[in-house]
Design a protein around this ligand. Sequence first.
Ligand code: ADQ
Length: 461
Amino acid sequence: MSRLIVVSNRVATPTETKGSAGGLAVGVFGALKETGGVWFGWSGDVVSETVANQGPKLEQDGAVTFATVGLSKKDYDQYYRGFSNAELWPVFHYRNDLAVYDRDEYAGYRRVNSWLAHKLIKLLEPDDILWVHDYHLIPFAEALRAAGITNRIGFFLHIPFPSPQILLNIPPHEELVKSLCCYDVVGFQTESDQLAFHDYITRFAHGSATSDGHVEAFGRKLRTGVYRIGVFPDEIAEQAERGEARQDVMDLKQSLEGRKLIMSVDRLDYSKGLVERFRAFEQFLEKSPEWRGNVTLVQIAPPTRADVETYQQIRQNLEYEAGRINGRYSGLDYTPIRYLNQRYDRWKLMSLFRESQIGLVTPLRDGMNLVAKEYIAAQNPADPGVLVLSQFAGAAGEMSGAVMVNPHDVVGTADAIGRALAMPLAERKQRYETNMTALRKYDLGAWRDRFLADLRGVKKA
Ligand code: ADQ
């Protein structure tokens, strides 16, 4: 079978793929191990231009080569911090109000994609298949094609694809969609994302798109598909169960003194609906005096992209909201919101999920949201907690056993918290089973294997 080349903005280290990283890294590494291949991308380091031009650095782990490059300060600013995270990320999450478009940053984004593509070319063999991940790398295949590469190249978008009216806000929208059409397979998280792409193709790119994913536009033919990313549920259940007896988890349990626990875990990002969530919890305490002192929300949110201005603002807002709500409802021995800005080991998060009565996952917009799936997988089947989930997470399409909320409706979310806390065991079990059936059907292995089977099925250009 032909070798697999995975290209992503960040590359997991060989040690991370052994389990400390998220399931995604483990899943992708599993596919690489099967055929042998290369995982190529940015090392995460900002280095001098001279050092950047020396790469890629190669590390071997069995049949898998980890190939990483550093980015110069200018490339980091324009490609990563700038166009990727201050323009594409907000607009793709329907937050045009937070987007900042800068022509130089866009030029840098394309330049870095082309530079990365040329670094990879030296490692490519004629029969390799390439799997490129996410919004940082939309023009990657176009750069390879321009250099005469005819290998099969697939792309998976981890975040939502916005409807055309939203996408039009990005000045070079047409160039971006044209770049996507240089791939052989373009994968989306949900049907809505795929439809939004097809909609753009037919209405704004003079192209055609069939319901089974055959697209023709800009003189290219490609396939699109829906590949719902998942988790490995059994592995998570095992981690959660094993962690239950460990000291840190016991300590937390003891400190709750019998109070109910609501768990939320997100990267600190405005798309995750954290401010609205805090306000919904405040609303719940306001409406339900009997619960004051009896339920704690633990919000774990490690900062990300801290050098993008909108991320500094969301952090300040959240600290203010947590302080205000805690000021209002704390007692001498009670803090309603425990807000922690750290990363935790996976087993610890999974065990905390298992200890809790509610998983509160309320993004304003999310490609999929793996935390929602991890929460379900971590539950004790004999006494499962309830997932309260935003209708705007991609995961809402499968997790029909969740209590669904519109995160903009603070009162509705507060009501859902009350309902989940009071839910009888039989209903909790039934909802858990419904969610677990979907988790098993769309697990991480199925996501990976279906995408790669479709890519391998494409005839070489
Ligand atoms: P993210 O926006 O990062 O991913 P998500 O899908 O929830 O969102 O994945 C986050 C991962 O990080 C989870 O595995 C979670 O357990 C872990 N994590 C979060 N906080 C942590 C902490 N404090 N300590 C340790 N681990 C933590 C993007 C898209 C999503 C899409 C995924 C995968 O935005 O919509 O689901 O990619 O495609």
